[in-house]
Design a protein around this ligand. Sequence first.
Ligand SMILES: NC(=O)c1ccc[n+]([C@@H]2O[C@H](COP(=O)([O-])OP(=O)(O)OC[C@H]3O[C@@H](n4cnc5c(N)ncnc54)[C@H](OP(=O)(O)O)[C@@H]3O)[C@@H](O)[C@H]2O)c1
Length: 280
Amino acid sequence: MTNERSNMKIVVIGGSGLIGSKLVTKLSEHGHNPVAASPNSGVNTLTGEGLAEVLVGASVVVDVSNSPSFEDAAVLKFFETSTRNLLAAEAEAGVGHHVALSVVGTERLSESGYFRAKIAQEKLIKESPVPYSIVHATQFFEFVKSIADAATDSNRVRLAPVLIQPMAADDVASAVGRVATGSPLNGAIEVAGPERFRLDEFIRQGLSARNDPREVVADPQARYFGAELGERTLVRGDDAQLGETCFDDWLTRSASQIPPANPQPTAVAAASKGTSGPQR
Ligand SMILES: NC(=O)c1ccc[n+]([C@@H]2O[C@H](COP(=O)([O-])OP(=O)(O)OC[C@H]3O[C@@H](n4cnc5c(N)ncnc54)[C@H](OP(=O)(O)O)[C@@H]3O)[C@@H](O)[C@H]2O)c1
């Protein structure tokens, strides 16, 4: 986090979530005053509860919230209503920078209800008078199980064998922190992991490390959260910033924290030595 002002009040909407909690820790370590805000701490962007109060004196707001439901209508309502409420409250409070986390390829995924909601979120941000930055990140390593669950059909996981360049949530939080402590971009940047995989290989390796017995099948017709995928739909552009953490290293580090479904101590090592490794 370079070229930054110190001791800014930075409100992190979704500060109790996966990215939000890591971001709050990193901002504190860099001498800022982050405030984690979410329904559990009395701040609800859907209803507006607690918003005006938490934004008093805030220089920056980072939105890393997520919808509790991914059902089409619910997720659209979540991102549209909460983003509208948040931006209106920021304008009222004189907040100078709105930062939001979105997904690489969002604009190419409009067949998916979830991604239509993220497109709507980004549109509201761009139309608002509040200076902004949007961080487009690739899929988190931590998201393996959710991707597999959404693609499971009779205990088989069907995934298109397209390119993907996933990254560790820790690297996502660092990138969001750098953007939040810099000047507004009034545009978007992309962040991605250091290695490229095929989507089916990535999920197969991730499930194997969790001792998840589901079979992963490469199916070019399989949809990703409702959207058809092309070879490069999920891939970052040439200007993306790359995280440092490799998937193998992350799996090894995470292995001790994953509750074993069917304990096999060598599973992570075996997965790491698989023939279908990353394409750097
Ligand atoms: N998954 C991926 O691979 C990926 C990739 C790129 C970008 N992203 C984006 O990253 C963002 C964060 O994802 P995540 O996985 O870190 O989320 P997460 O762990 O599911 O956390 C969601 C957060 O949203 C909060 N929240 C829920 N309803 C709220 C409301 N009404 N008002 C305020 N806060 C509310 C939750 O608060 P409580 O704990 O109080 O319920 C929680 O802190 C999402 O916007 C997602 O689109 C995800």
